[in-house]
Design a protein around this ligand. Structure first.
Ligand code: GLY
Length: 468
């Protein structure tokens, strides 16, 4: 948690941005049972609530009145019966004071107060709810069919999308833990070790130093499955292990790194050919990302590097410009170059990707060259983005493109027929996938890698990290 002045200033800025437009309603999270009420999932506060109120405590909600700028925190004090099980707990008044809120009320007054404002025809602004409990709660106080507030979405995005120095410090802390997680994974990447052992060990590193992981770690020899949470494999000679994992600092800020590690530490020649292309695409993003550049253009520049390399291996044909313009790279990298990061590993994705990664100047495109990009808009100093190019051989996707090849296959058929050498591509069906991901801060005059040390990334650095 930051000092209370941070939260006071954030709420004041939000109230200013929304001045005179009614009530801002910010429900926090409640505990969520796994299999019975008293056995709950790990508690994670809603990130927007955390941003404005800093309190990682279940059962809270807040309202900001944009006419007065005044915030009210709603919640119930714990009873002695709770305290017997939980130990001493702060009172709501103390929690509120710790983040500079002067007004508190019992939780029941939240729904009642908002319902009353609705009855008096005051405008009520809320963000898109994504948890069932929050949807149910909002349903009790808002008219049927009430829609999330685009004004509030835009105001929150305009604040959360650029990180202050104190936020960057927290992300750096998460990156330091991420470094330890990934180097531990590398040291374990040997024949016969199970994916599960590595996943458990690296999650343990994060649990020891913070709140835990920023998302379920992806630890798989099937790196071609982008978010593979199956950890049942045993490491085999000649395969690569894709590890995509990050830590969450105690403050809630995330890191997110991906490395692809050859079992035993040494790539085969075929693996290294592809690896070097992905590494060049990652490095290129750090050469060109700077304020005012659109992230979709960084994505397309990285795609050129991928296409150039795949062309030299005979997998893509035609000119680089034409292949990238058509979207031929999306057979091999069916995702965007990266996403905003912060309190969420995909920062504010709950609020709506098209408001967070795009804007009026850069609306989301449906073109195959960039339709999968989560982030496309112009970069600004203070933004934190992931940089995660990859090359994957996804048998189902290759089948789909191949079967659409030709005149009857529409846009996809034309790209497939014009640019893809399927005979070559199909010789890579057992390859898997490679992704290399770092975290980048956009600075006033360019960018910098987050984390005091770059997680080992060159083939030599990886060989050393695997073999001590
Ligand atoms: N690295 C996980 C993700 O970006 O979804």
């Amino acid at each position: 948690m930051f000092k209370k002045e941070t939260y006071i200033a954030r709420r004041a800025e939000l109230a200013r941005k929304m001045e005179g437009r009614g009530l801002i309603v910010l429900p926090g999270h409640v505990e969520s049972p796994v299999n019975y009420r008293g056995n709950t999932y790990h508690f994670r506060q809603d990130s927007t609530f955390l941003y404005y109120f800093g309190l990682s405590v279940p059962g809270l909600a807040a309202v900001i009145d944009t006419d007065t700028g005044e915030a009210t925190l709603f919640g119930n004090d714990f009873t002695v019966d709770d305290i017997i099980w939980m130990g001493p707990q702060p009172r709501i008044g103390d929690l509120a004071a710790s983040v500079g809120v002067m007004r508190t009320a019992p939780f029941a007054a939240f729904a009642a107060g908002v319902g009353e404002a609705v009855a008096r025809e005051r405008k009520v602004h809320f963000l898109p709810p994504y948890r069932g409990e929050t949807k149910l709660l909002l349903g009790t106080m808002l008219p049927a069919g009430a829609a999330p507030s685009v004004d509030l979405i835009r105001a929150v995005v305009s604040m959360r999308d650029k990180k202050s120095d104190e936020e960057i410090e927290q992300i750096e802390e998460a990156c330091a833990t991420g470094y330890e997680m990934h180097t531990l994974a590398m040291s374990m990447c040997h024949l016969g070790v199970t994916e599960r052992e590595i996943a458990g060990a690296i999650e343990g590193v994060s649990l020891q130093r913070g709140w835990g992981v920023s998302f379920h770690p992806i630890v798989s020899q099937h790196g071609e499955t982008l978010h593979n949470h199956n950890h049942s494999g045993v490491l085999e000679a000649g395969r690569m292990l894709l590890v995509d994992a990050g830590a969450e600092a105690t403050s809630g800020y995330a890191s997110d790194f991906t490395r692809t590690i050859p079992v035993g530490g040494r790539f085969t020649a075929r693996q290294k050919d592809i690896y070097d292309i992905v590494l060049a695409a990652n490095n290129l993003a750090f050469d060109i990302a700077t304020p005012d550049v659109r992230y979709v253009d960084v994505h397309l520049a990285s795609a050129r590097v991928l296409v150039d390399g795949l062309r030299s291996l005979g997998l893509i044909r035609g000119s680089i410009d034409d292949a990238v313009a058509a979207g031929a790279h999306s057979l091999f990298m069916p995702h965007g170059l990266g996403h905003l990061m912060g309190l969420d590993v995909h920062d504010m994705e709950d609020i709506g990707e098209n408001y967070v990664g795009y804007d009026e100047e850069t609306p989301r495109s449906t073109h195959p060259s960039c339709s999968a990009c989560r982030m496309g808009r112009r970069l600004e100093a203070g933004m934190v983005v992931s940089v995660e190019p990859g090359i994957y051989f996804v048998p189902a996707l290759i089948d789909k493109w191949r079967s659409s090849e030709g005149a009857g296959g529409g846009t996809l058929g034309k790209i497939a027929a014009g640019f893809i050498d399927f005979a070559r591509v199909e010789s890579y069906l057992d390859f898997g996938g490679i992704r290399l991901e770092d975290d980048m801060l956009i600075t006033p005059d360019g960018n910098r890698l987050l984390g005091a040390r770059r997680v080992p990334i060159t083939p030599d650095e990886i060989a050393k990290a695997v073999n001590g």
